[in-house]
Each structure stands twice: as structure tokens, then as C-alpha cells.
Design a protein around this ligand. Structure first.
Ligand code: GCW
Length: 612
């Protein structure tokens, strides 16, 4: 039988979704009848339950009660259980922790995808909308099946002509919104803060009456075309994008102006906090980039309108393999916050290397009460490749992100295993092996790349493969300052003071090198290579050990992966990428070890091969 690759983890669902289903509750009914033709289902819509649902068995038939969208999530919860071979629940009740569970696509109108590793855009080509409506229904189904409900379709860097989404392209955008509506998926647009200036207004100053009027008129037009548009996503004053700073306004003034314009329609403004000096002089010893977001936003706590959500990257830098939780996520108690994750594997292996993210996300939630945020977003890893995610196994990240966004307490072992069982029909042994490989992949990747929380030793701009000093004298503020004696930056009160941005209990955990968790050591501290780790090894020995282990573990992982009978075309794709990962791991291991040996002159105690 030909493997039905197009439907990803839903390939066991019979049938293609037909056109003409208008509402999520109808979709729920269609999906349930299709998946369980033998069972009788009663669907009761209780609008106040919103995304929540309740499933019961009554007199031999099933009753699904929930909000308009809740019944759909209930239906998919049943379907996921059934096709992954889990017993049907006697009764189940669930509601999501976060109201907005968002995917942010960085798709450009020309069809390219910024940091996209799964082919071209699913939505655009040649400066226009160009999508396959059957595939959009399939996408809606996939997103809804894991509870995701907002899809921002264009890049936060709004390159011409993507700004036309608010103008000429609006009718086509409305058609796409209509396709996704029955899946409970609402569209969102990234907007260019300076867009009024394309319309004869000489400024984008948020306090200027003409600017305010332009945005109000625009919002009226946009929401008339798409009444359930979720809102606008904004990257302002960041990496060259326009923003309120140009006019001497702060980001509360900037965001609140847009918020006022979209408020009558129930829209939100998702305002990104990725603001830092991206033209830093490496000679400048005062500026420490991780401090930037807190410095720009923490003092504004309480000043944002209630329909503004500040979207904060999970770490203070930029999606490195290991970063601490952003201090901003612990600081702004009077502001709506969203945490931004990145499914696109920009710094984590380009969807060539295996990198399952759930372990990292769980660590973040261990540091942050889940109530600190009210929404969650992830940069998309989707593209036009047949399998959607370039690497078939990278789909586990989209799947588990949906479950995490629904409930950050989700059990990652169960979630990963559920994805495997839905996607492939493997023996128990192979399922277990694959689950172990996936769950260990993040740590393995971490071991062979930049050591002990230091980050940024990647090839500049492209961000795949090693280049230990590639960013060292550049303008991005991402330095490790390795010399012959020591490496790292002191971010304690004795150094840049970054650690002072955290509450005391957090600070105490990291402020002393002797007690700081090993894997964060070089994020917070500058230490000599001879520093004694808690287990007695020197820091340089720990770096060598991690890198050799990372390579060895990749070799073992490759052998396991090759032994699993994935169906074609997945098998060939997975094996091909695994070979590339092996080459990458070797390159990282050797280059990082050589880099540190050349600087420190210290030999590996175990006498393994370091190229000098
Ligand atoms: O550092 C970066 C990425 C950019 C991205 C930016 C952001 C969309 O390398 O490609 O731009 O983060 O998050 O805005």
C-alpha cells in the first residue's frame, strides 16, 4: 500500500475533507462519523465552554459536549487516541490553558520562507497568494487536531508586497480565512509599522492623528473582510524594522495605538519584544545583548492596553540550543505575555539534524509558572515539502507544540509516543527505540555544538555548522571572548549585571560558578579552562568529553534509525538526513575541540584524537 504521506500524523483518517463544511461543530460531526462509523455520537454545543469539551458515554452512545470549537477539539482528542491505539476514555474533560495557541509563519510573498527548511511557502509564490485549497484544508485539520488556533501567515519582517495583505490581497486572504474557519483556525497578519507612509502620510508616529486615523480605517476594512481575524503581529524597532523609537515614543505608546484601532473588532496586537542593538561594536564592553528585552520593556509593565500581548522569545538571546528563561517572562505581572518558541530549526540543525524540542520546553516551564503567560506562539517549521516539515521526524515538534500549548503539563514521553504511533505502524520495540532517540536528540545535539550554554559558535547568517569565532568581531552582540586562559562572559553582579534582572530565587541558583548548573555555566560565568566542575573534571575536559560523546551518541543514534522500517519515502529521507547529521556532528566535534585545544594548550586526558 502506498504510504499516505500527505496527511502527516492524520494519514489514518479516512477521506479528504470535503468543501462546504462551514463550522467547527459540523467538522467535528464529519470527522467523528468518518472515524467511528459504527458508533453513535451526540454533539452538544454549549458556547460558554469555548475551546473546552467533555466526553461521556451514556446508554451505549457517546456524548460530546463543548463550545463551538471545543467539540472539534474533543473529536480530535478521540481520533488521536483511537488511531494511536489507546483505549477510549470512559469520560474525559479538557480545556486549554492558553486561549491563543499560535503558529507564526515567516513566509514571504515571493514564496521564500525566512529560516524555512521545508521548501517554499505553503501560501505564497511570485508575490501573490498561491495555495492549494485541498492542502489548506489538510493544514487546518492538522493544526486543529492538536488544538492550534491562530495562524499568522506572513513573515514578521514584512517585505514588499506582503503589506498588501491589508489592501489589495484582502479578498484572497478572506478566502483562505474561510477555508480555515471550520477548523477553528483564525488568521493573523504581520504588519509593517510604517505602512501609513505608503499612503501619503509623512510619518508613522503613533501619536499623530493622521496615523491613528489610517490604522483605524484600515482595521475597519480588514475586519469587514475577515471578521474573525485574530489580530496583528508586530516586529517593531528590531533588526532594522520601523517602529515608534524613530518618533521618540516608547513601545507602550506604539502598541496601544494599534490596539485601539483593532479593539472594536475583538482583535489583539501581538507585539514582539525581540528588540536589541543589532549594530553593536564588539569593542563596546558595556552592552550585553541578553539584557536588552528587559531594559526595553520591564519598566512599561502595566502600561499596555488589555488587547496587547507582548510576545517574548523564550530566552534572552535568540533560540540557541540552551538559554536561560527570558527574565522578562518573570517580570511583567501586569501585562499580557506570550512566550515565543521556534519550531523552525534555525540554530538547532535545520531539520537535517534530529532535535526534538519537548525536553527543552519542559525545562522552560520548570522555571516559569505557567500562569505567567496567557498565550503561546511558535515560529513555524512548515513548508511546501510533501511531508510539511522537510524532515519527517521534525513533525513531532509541531505535534507536541500543539499539546504543550493546550496543556504545558503534558507528559512528553506520552506525547512523543502518541505522535509516533499515529504516524507509523511500528513494532513495540521500534516504537520504543524511536521514542528514545527522539527524546535524547536535543541533548545529543547540544553535546556536539557550542558548549555549556555558551551558544553562537555557528556559521554566521546561515546558522548551520560550526564556526567558533564567526560572530566574535561582528555587530550582533554575541561574543564568547575565549582566550588562552578562559572563556565566557561574567553576567553576575560582578560582571554585566544581567543576572540582576531576575528574582532572587532564580539568581541564587546561577550566581556562583560552584553551584550553577553545569549546562548553564558559560552563559553566566567567565571561567578558566582549569575550573573544577562539580564532578571533579576540569571545564576543558568536560568540553572535550561532551563533544566526543555527542559524536559517539550520534553514531549510535544513526544505527538505531537505520534499523527502523520506516515506510518510503520517509525511510530514504530520514537516512539521507542522518548521514548529513553525522558529518555535521563530526565537523562540530573536531572543530570545537581543536579550537579550545589550540587556545588552551591543554590535552585531552583520555588521549583521543584532537587535530592540532
Ligand atoms: O535572529 C533572527 C533570525 C531572523 C528573524 C529574527 C526574528 C524573522 O535570524 O531571521 O527574523 O530572529 O525573530 O525576528
Amino acid at each position: 500500500m502506498r504510504y499516505k504521506k500527505m496527511k502527516a500524523w492524520l494519514h489514518q483518517c479516512p477521506g479528504e475533507i470535503p468543501q462546504g463544511i462551514a463550522a467547527p461543530c459540523e467538522m467535528a460531526e464529519y470527522e467523528l462519523n468518518n472515524a467511528f462509523p459504527e458508533s453513535a455520537w451526540t454533539i452538544r454545543v454549549v458556547p460558554e465552554m469555548k475551546d473546552g469539551y467533555r466526553i461521556r458515554q451514556e446508554n451505549g452512545s457517546w456524548v460530546l459536549t463543548g463550545g463551538d470549537t471545543g467539540v472539534l477539539y474533543g473529536a480530535y482528542a478521540m481520533i488521536r487516541k483511537y488511531y494511536s491505539g489507546q483505549p477510549a476514555p470512559a469520560a474525559e474533560e479538557s480545556a486549554p490553558r492558553y486561549a491563543l495557541r499560535m503558529i507564526n509563519c515567516w513566509d514571504n510573498a515571493d514564496g521564500t520562507v525566512e529560516r524555512g527548511y521545508s521548501g517554499r511557502s505553503l501560501f505564497f509564490e511570485g508575490g501573490h497568494f498561491a495555495y492549494d485549497s485541498g492542502r489548506m484544508r489538510e493544514l487546518g485539520r492538522l493544526l486543529a487536531s492538536v488544538g492550534l488556533n491562530v495562524l499568522c501567515i506572513n513573515n514578521v519582517n514584512v517585505h514588499d508586497p506582503a503589506q498588501l495583505l491589508l489592501e489589495d490581497y484582502l479578498p484572497e486572504a478572506a478566502e483562505l480565512a474561510a477555508i480555515l474557519r471550520p477548523f477553528g483556525v483564525r488568521l493573523m497578519f504581520s504588519v509593517d509599522y510604517s505602512q501609513p507612509m505608503r499612503h501619503g502620510i509623512t510619518t508613522a508616529d503613533p501619536l499623530d492623528p493622521a496615523v491613528r486615523k489610517w490604522w483605524k480605517d484600515t482595521a475597519a476594512r480588514v475586519w469587514e473582510a475577515i471578521p474573525d481575524l485574530a489580530g496583528f503581529l508586530v516586529k517593531a524597532d528590531s533588526e532594522g524594522r520601523p517602529g515608534p523609537f524613530t518618533y521618540g515614543r516608547n513601545h507602550a505608546e506604539g502598541a496601544n495605538m494599534l490596539a485601539e484601532a483593532v479593539k472594536p473588532y475583538g482583535g489583539v496586537v501581538v507585539w514582539r519584544c525581540f528588540v536589541y542593538n543589532c549594530r553593536q561594536d564588539w569593542r563596546d564592553l558595556e552592552t550585553d545583548r541578553p539584557k536588552a528585552a528587559y531594559e526595553h520593556y520591564a519598566y512599561l509593565d502595566g502600561q499596555f492596553s488589555d488587547n496587547v500581548i507582548l510576545q517574548v522569545k523564550h530566552g534572552p538571546f535568540d533560540f540557541q540550543v540552551r538559554e536561560p528563561l527570558s527574565p522578562l517572562l518573570l517580570a511583567m505581572k501586569k501585562t499580557n505575555l506570550a512566550m515565543e518558541l521556534q519550531l523552525a530549526q534555525e540554530y538547532t540543525g535545520h531539520q537535517i539534524d534530529l532535535y526534538t524540542m519537548a525536553p527543552m520546553w519542559k525545562e522552560l516551564f520548570e522555571e516559569m509558572p505557567s500562569g505567567n503567560i496567557m498565550s503561546i506562539a511558535a515560529v513555524s517549521n512548515l513548508g511546501r515539502d510533501e511531508n510539511y516539515t522537510g524532515h519527517p521526524l521534525a513533525a513531532v515538534n509541531l505535534y507536541t507544540f500543539g499539546l504543550l500549548a493546550w496543556n504545558p503539563d503534558m507528559d512528553m514521553e506520552t506525547s512523543v509516543s502518541e505522535w509516533i504511533r499515529l504516524t507509523y505502524s511500528l513494532s513495540e520495540k521500534d516504537t520504543g527505540d524511536l521514542q528514545r532517540v527522539l527524546l535524547s536528540s536535543r541533548r545529543i545535539y547540544e553535546k556536539y555544538t557550542a558548549p555549556l550554554g555558551i551558544g553562537w559558535m555557528v556559521t554566521p547568517h546561515d546558522h548551520y555548522g560550526p564556526n567558533p569565532s564567526g560572530y566574535e568581531y561582528d555587530l550582533w552582540g554575541t561574543y564568547h571572548k575565549a582566550d588562552r586562559n578562559a572563556v565566557g562572559i561574567d553576567r553576575t553582579e560582578h560582571g554585566t549585571g544581567y543576572l540582576l534582572q531576575y528574582p532572587e530565587d532564580f539568581r541564587i541558583k546561577y550566581e556562583k560558578p560552584e553551584t550553577c548548573p553545569d549546562l548553564m555555566l558559560l552563559f553566566y560565568h567567565r571561567l578558566p579552562y582549569t575550573f573544577r566542575m562539580k564532578d571533579g573534571r576540569t571545564m576543558i575536559q568536560r568540553i572535550y568529553d561532551d563533544h566526543f560523546e555527542g559524536l559517539e551518541e550520534t553514531e549510535k543514534m544513526a544505527a538505531v534509525i537505520r534499523s527502523i522500517p520506516f515506510p518510503e519515502p520517509d525511510f530514504s529521507c530520514i537516512v539521507r538526513r542522518m548521514d548529513m547529521q553525522l558529518r555535521n556532528a563530526r565537523e562540530w566535534c573536531d572543530i570545537i575541540n581543536t579550537f579550545f585545544h589550540r587556545l588552551s594548550g591543554i590535552d585531552d586526558e583520555k588521549g583521543r584524537k584532537i587535530y592540532l
